[in-house]
Design a protein around this ligand. Structure first.
Ligand code: NDP
Length: 439
């Protein structure tokens, strides 16, 4: 049996996603919460070389955090490490006692479905409505579709609950006069969707065929789901700067000082100096939150003006623990080979360079829409956001495919607007299915 160990913290969404990913594989794992145990935290740091959570060990070997194991999963490697599949290329041997699937595939084959033509494998059931993504847009679509008796199937995506699960206080979602924590809000959405019969499965669509009907969606390396109507609410993923030293080990200091989640990792930087990159609401929120732990937060922005909302800016500018470095770009993450020790900064005004000593670095520079499986099949803009038909609400260039939330929104990107477009997408999908007699 493979032994899996996950170091976590209670309020860390990346930990939750890592656990969901492992659970979706049907493997058991041991969890150690290092939240309030400094000794365990030291042990985790020593054994993994990382200073962020989660840290995942398989058979005693550290594999990094959620991003690293989901990347392994995308490449089909996680199943091999977990003993669910023979190890490719004859290197090593399958893990003893591991259930080995006879028709496990290692590479994507062309998306063939239906008619039993897939190597004798019976065709998958066709769903009336599949919703991709379980953030505010996807789950609102699910609530409406489930109440319309469409029995929607939600495919969670790699970040169940979406971006709200990595924020702290949400103060602008109507109905919560005292604010609500992002993860709590998404739990409520989820329960409401499930109450009306929504089925939610964990997984990520790696390939889509929207030219055939029903649409075909490849989940992971070897599962296919078919759908008569599709709502894409896959949201957007945090962007990285792409500078030297930013990537996870062994290439850089990701997880060893560099993070994109203050909620998860702020507590590791007790009484230390940390830097934050960005000038939007996320950077403001992360900076403020970090001041609860860090001795000082240096907020680095490439221009001389923030784009964040006035109220969030004011909180940061009035916080004595935050120092803003205007007109400054980050050129490199510096370190001693084990952990990060500082940043190389470059003035955007006169190009002069300087060094900032800091132990942590939080990247908060916006998001990239998650549309890779739909490239070449749907009309996308130059960044990759789905283009909806002007005046057509959430309708896309393919009839029967609807887009909701951040994946199609370059402008508003709020929880409430995502929920609004999720509702519209569900109502339009219902109408579409009626007009096409669910065929
Ligand atoms: P934004 O796109 O609003 O801001 C991104 C910031 O990162 C900008 O200041 C941008 O600089 C900077 N940036 C982008 N690329 C680079 C780069 N390569 N190098 C350096 N800096 C860079 O993203 P956010 O994630 O902050 O916010 C997204 C949406 O979510 C917004 O609509 C926001 O209102 C919302 N949100 C709301 C919250 C709340 O209400 N509680 C909390 C968090 C987010 P520049 O300004 O120069 O372009």
């Amino acid at each position: 049996m493979v032994e899996v160990l996950v170091y976590t913290k209670a309020y860390c969404p990346y930990c939750k996603w890592a656990k969901q990913l492992l659970a979706s594989k049907g493997v058991g794992f041991r969890e150690i919460d290092v939240m309030s145990d400094a000794e365990l935290e030291r042990k985790m740091r020593k054994e993994s070389g990382g200073r962020t959570v989660p840290q995942i060990f398989i058979d005693g070997r550290p594999y990094g955090g959620f991003d690293e194991i989901s990347e392994l999963d995308r490449r089909g490697k996680l199943d091999e490490l977990l003993g669910l599949k023979p190890i490719r290329g004859g290197q090593g041997s399958p893990v003893p006692n591991a259930p080995v699937s006879e028709n496990s595939r290692t590479e994507f084959s062309p998306l063939r479905v239906g008619g039993g033509s897939d190597g004798g494998v019976p065709p998958p059931e066709t769903e009336d409505l599949v919703i991709l993504g379980s953030g505010a847009a996807g789950l609102t679509a699910a609530i409406y579709a489930a109440r319309a008796n469409l029995k929607p199937l939600v495919i969670d995506g790699l970040q169940p609950g979406g971006q709200l699960t990595i924020t702290t206080d949400v103060e602008n979602y109507p109905g919560f006069p005292n604010g609500v924590m992002g993860p709590e809000l998404m739990d409520l959405f989820r329960k409401q969707a499930e109450r009306f019969g929504t089925r939610i499965i964990y997984g990520e669509v790696s390939q889509a065929d929207l030219k055939r009907r029903p649409f075909a969606l490849r989940l992971g390396p070897d599962k296919t789901v078919r759908a008569r109507a599709l709502i894409i609410a896959t949201g957007a993923t945090a962007r990285w700067l792409g500078i030297p030293g930013e990537k996870p080990a062994p290439d850089g200091y990701g997880g060893r000082g560099v993070s994109a989640c203050a909620t998860c990792d702020a507590a590791f930087f007790q009484n230390q100096v940390v830097a934050v990159a960005g000038g939007g609401d996320t950077a403001m929120e992360e900076s403020n939150f970090l001041t609860k732990f860090a001795s000082k937060v240096i907020l680095i922005h490439r221009r001389d003006k923030f784009r964040a909302s006035k109220i969030m800016q004011a909180r940061v500018l009035n916080n004595p623990k935050v120092e803003v470095r205007w007109n400054t770009a980050i050129a490199e993450v510096l370190g001693d080979g084990k952990v990060m020790t500082g940043l190389k900064l470059r003035s955007t005004a006169d190009k002069s360079e300087s060094r900032l000593d800091c132990q942590g670095f939080f990247v908060a520079i916006g998001h990239q829409p998650n549309t890779a499986p739909f490239r070449g099949q749907l009309d996308l803009d130059e960044i990759g956001y789905i283009r909806t038909i002007p005046g057509g609400g959430p309708r896309t260039s393919v009839p029967g495919v609807f887009a909701a939330g951040d994946v199609a929104d370059r402008v508003y990107r709020q929880a409430v607007t995502a929920a609004g477009t999720g509702c519209m997408a569900a109502l339009d999908a219902e109408k579409y299915l009626e007009e096409t007699n669910h065929e």
